[in-house]
Write a protein that binds this ligand. Structure first.
Ligand code: DAT
Ligand code: MG
Length: 140
């Protein structure tokens, strides 16, 4: 049994896709372990995306991710981390296959725009552990 950390980003919340995303997690047989809605601070984002803070597009990520509330959560199941990465689809919605969340609900970024791609998911056991502690402040 493995746990992964996920975010439904502000575009997902604003567009009314919370139920759709949680439904996909539940019907796949994963178990929700934690769920919360909150506004995000730029400071927390800098920690969350520590590998990306020096990239030129980081300010756009901050504007996007602080534009409204997000849903954060943890779910568990077999190979939860890799399964959720596949369910999300590729980072750029242009490359995300139909059937994935990003491929079904998001468009390619506009020129000079942020990548509005609905969801986040941890990319390894280490980042799942780190992100759960960072966002929930405790073991989930
Ligand atoms: P993912 O969200 O698929 O794990 P990531 O961790 O590499 O992708 O990047 C985090 C977010 O940053 C991603 O969802 C969108 C944005 N991003 C990543 N690479 C980008 C790029 N080259 N140009 C613009 N935005 C980018
Ligand atoms: Mg990532």
């Amino acid at each position: 049994m493995e746990k992964t950390f996920f975010i439904i980003k502000p575009d997902g919340v604003q567009r009314g896709l919370v139920g759709e995303v949680l439904h996909r997690i539940e019907v796949r047989g994963f178990k929700l372990e934690a769920l919360d809605m909150r506004m995000v601070t730029p400071e927390l984002l800098s920690q969350h995306y520590e590998a990306l803070v020096d990239r030129p597009f980081f300010p756009k990520i901050v504007d996007y991710m602080t534009s409204g509330p997000v849903i954060i959560g943890v779910f568990s199941g077999n190979e939860a981390i890799a399964s959720w990465r596949k369910m999300m689809g590729a980072t750029n919605p242009l490359e995300a296959l139909p059937g994935t969340i990003r491929g079904d609900f998001a468009q390619a970024p506009s020129e000079n725009g942020a990548t509005f791609n609905i969801v986040h998911g941890s990319d390894s056991k280490e980042s799942a552990q780190r992100e759960m502690l960072l966002w929930f402040g405790k073991e989930v």
